[in-house]
Design a protein around this ligand. Sequence first.
Ligand SMILES: Nc1nc2c(ncn2[C@@H]2O[C@H](COP(=O)(O)OP(=O)(O)O)[C@@H](O)[C@H]2O)c(=O)[nH]1
Ligand SMILES: [Mg+2]
Length: 309
Amino acid sequence: MSSSTPPFRAGTVALVGRPNVGKSTLLNRLLGEHVAIVTPRPQTTRTRILGIVNGPGYQLALFDTPGIHQAKGALNRQMVRTALSTLAEVDAALVLIEAGTGPGGRVEVGDGTRAVIAEVARSGKPALLGVNKADRAPRETLLPVIDAYRGLHAWRDVVPFSALTGENVDRLVAVLAAALPGAEGPLFPPDLLTDQAERQLAAEYVREQVMLRTREEIPYAVAVEVEAFDETGRREGGGLVRIAALIRVERDSQKAIVIGKRGSLLKEIGTQARLRLEALLGCKVFLMLTVKVDERWTEREGAVRRLVP
Ligand SMILES: Nc1nc2c(ncn2[C@@H]2O[C@H](COP(=O)(O)OP(=O)(O)O)[C@@H](O)[C@H]2O)c(=O)[nH]1
Ligand SMILES: [Mg+2]
């Protein structure tokens, strides 16, 4: 190796921010796979999800986390704890905000975002600010946003980008990679994409469809468990995987809604989740769904720990 070869860099980065700023969309874009579920609703991500991005001279282990917010209830408190404990364990932080200005072009930094920045400052970790959703912000509104945020923390850099279109994502990754510590080599096997097992992804794809197709409190009252994952019928390049999943809700009225008239909504949820699963697994999937009421599980610490591990 010549002395001019730059050192290899490898490390862990926590992807943190308010709910709904596009953290999971960014992770999926970087991995090229639907590893973290995405919906237009806040609090979609409930656990931390590892995605590994390999590039020339670096390996970036990125942890997607639940949004940091004023949490009410056992489930939400656990989600915020997960985000903060991830931040405490990593080498660096990638903080995401949404581009855009308020009325009259004013840059408004909400209390929630200030709280996220305070947590990052408290962690003492090197931090990069990503200004996401640049695709829907006119260029002239981006600069004032970047300027305002530069003054709020000693960021490594501030990078506008779009997780949705991919615009400037390359630069975001390059700046992140440069912030990683030097390493002998990769921390994880280079062919490992994520820590999410297929079984977990199956449960998450079902929850994603329930969240997309229900309203009000129901999206937040759902937990999904895979009870059976039978891949004895799976073959190289085809075959069949049989999956049985249990959808938990908090009340009888919610169960009736998720099932729908003569089972119509549950059928739709099953079809859409199955299509995503077939794309992931590369084979046919037989997906059986059941709905069960588990009274106020999101408010019980024990139930939350068991159902959202
Ligand atoms: N226009 C636009 N929408 C985005 C972008 N990134 C994410 N979104 C949308 O924002 C919503 C929340 O995204 P998600 O990744 O779940 O946010 P998270 O809660 O931070 O993980 C979804 O409807 C995404 O499609 C982006 O770059 N541009
Ligand atoms: Mg998310």
